[in-house]
Design a protein around this ligand. Structure first.
Ligand SMILES: [Zn+2]
Length: 308
């Protein structure tokens, strides 16, 4: 049954009959000059029959989507990602999480859990110690995801060894390593050096759900899209007040604030500051979740925007 009928007044005027209980419809329409219109329409508050002109379709639908997003997509949310998976560092992070009763994401450089012992970040340790510690944390509700396999300079776009081909191999190795060792939800990619140029975004699109950069700032609605999600580092060189401002804005605008730390770098990791930042977020009653849980809350915003 065709739901779209030319209503006879002109070749561009159509009547669309909306089935019962349908809130959204996605259109793909080939016009007479072969333009393809894609649009998404919110039928809330409308009668079940809607007349429209093809030329106005996209504009009207964009306005309706934007209105819907402004009203509905307000979900203040905070996540914490600790980078690199240093054996001692992640224990400090877990202690803070336990004290505050929150969970975070650990971004793992997977050569650190490799059985070939080629590890750099945890030199001197048996890699299975790190792997087992991370698996224990996962069992307690923490999230472990990929931060590449080697964190090598091939990921740094300004370095002479930068190579998208090698990056893709490195990412695939990392994802396989996490899967084979029993980790779940490992395909949220924390890009080494925060690299998020077009080539790296394309690679991330092929293998992962999302890419997180190290560009500071909040994520408002779909922001730069799911393959360029901002992350703000908590560093002792910044004041608590500056983080409180971000959290206030997150709360007021319904944004997603993804915070980052390097727990393996003592000069950068100030556990008091980190604790105070999250305590302030808790005082505002903002939901704090690891990336895999935050994604379930936030993913629909990216899905909606990508339908155009
Ligand atoms: Zn890193």
């Amino acid at each position: 049954m065709s739901l779209l009928k030319n209503n006879g007044s002109s070749k561009d005027n159509y009547t669309f009959i909306v089935p019962e209980n349908v809130a959204f419809i996605r259109f793909t329409i080939m016009t007479s000059n072969s333009n393809i219109l894609k649009a998404y329409y919110n039928f809330t508050n409308l009668n079940n029959i809607q007349d429209f002109k093809l030329n106005d379709l996209q504009l009207n639908f964009n306005i309706n989507l934007n209105n819907f997003m402004k009203k509905s997509a307000k979900t203040p949310l905070i996540s914490w990602v600790d980078d690199d998976c240093n054996y001692e560092g992640i224990a400090n992070v877990k202690n803070i999480c336990d004290e505050l009763n929150i969970k975070c994401t650990f971004a793992c450089v997977t050569s650190g859990i490799s059985s070939t012992n080629e590890d750099i970040p945890n030199a001197g340790l048996n890699n299975s110690d790190l792997k087992n510690r991370l698996l224990d944390y996962q069992n307690l509700g923490f999230h472990i995801t990929s931060h590449s396999n080697h964190h090598a300079k091939i990921w740094q776009s300004t370095d002479e060894t930068y190579s998208p081909t090698e990056c893709e191999k490195d990412l695939i190795t990392s994802l396989n390593m996490l899967r084979e060792n029993g980790f779940l939800d490992y395909d949220f990619f924390i890009a080494p050096f925060g690299t998020h140029n077009t080539e790296i975004q394309e690679i991330a699109k092929r293998w992962t759900k999302a890419l997180f950069s190290s560009s500071g700032g909040l994520n408002h609605l779909n922001g730069n899209g799911r393959y360029n999600i901002n992350r703000l580092f908590i560093q002792s060189s910044n004041s608590l007040e500056s983080y409180k401002n971000y959290i206030n804005n997150c709360f007021e605008n319904g944004d997603w604030l993804v915070l980052g730390t390097h727990s393996g770098t003592p000069s950068e990791f100030d556990s008091n500051l980190v604790k105070q930042v999250f305590q302030y977020a808790q005082s505002k009653n903002i939901n704090i979740q690891p990336l895999n849980v935050a994604w379930k809350i936030r993913n629909y915003i990216y899905n909606l925007y990508e339908m155009f």
